[in-house]
Design a binder for this molecule. Sequence first.
Ligand SMILES: Cc1cc2nc3c(=O)[nH]c(=O)nc-3n(C[C@H](O)[C@H](O)[C@H](O)COP(=O)(O)O)c2cc1C
Length: 209
Amino acid sequence: MEIIDAIEQRRSINFFEPGREIPNEKLEELLEIANLSPSSFNLQPWKVVVVKDPERKRILRQCAFNQPKVEEASAVLIMVADPRGVEENLERVLESWQELGFIKAEMKQSYKEMAKNLYGPEDSLKRKIFAMKNTALYAMNLMIAAKGLGLETHPMDGFDEECIKREFNIPDDKIIPMLVAVGYLKSGVTLLARAFRRKLNEFVRYEKY
Ligand SMILES: Cc1cc2nc3c(=O)[nH]c(=O)nc-3n(C[C@H](O)[C@H](O)[C@H](O)COP(=O)(O)O)c2cc1C
């Protein structure tokens, strides 16, 4: 599928085919393709909890204000933004840059300081924003890639974050920007027309805000 077609045809699907499984290989292919997403300093501060088991989906549905698609989709991905992604991955990122010849060994220390300054202390708002924006890019790439693999998706932020953290053992310092339901459109369902989008002149400014 062409990329523009995938973007134009992606919709948030409310009706998934219940009981239809996604093979694990296909799900992993999807997660891998999305993993090519860009990220600040290539720090990739995302984690994903894959929920496929019917009983686990039932619990997730309860945390997600009882939205039926959470149970009906083949899998629901809990997107987890990790503010500690800097500490976790910075060393490896710099090592790989050195190996690939992007930087010299003696530049590593100044890059480390640069990253810490840019993204702030571990518990700062800056750090939370860093983790959230990069994880949202991962999620968006995943939703477009899903179209290319013949899958449908639905992003959701209608959920109780504390409930999900408690039920799915997600540490308190992480943030959950959204869930993404993944699966197949229920047979016989016709989608309504896509809802309105603003005209460019409502949100695009040239040269100055
Ligand atoms: C971050 C995010 C959270 C959303 N949360 C929900 C949700 O909890 N429940 C829901 O029914 N739709 C949710 N949506 C879907 C939006 O309503 C939908 O994307 C929007 O209406 C545009 O429709 P489209 O995605 O089909 O183009 C969410 C979308 C995004 C991007």
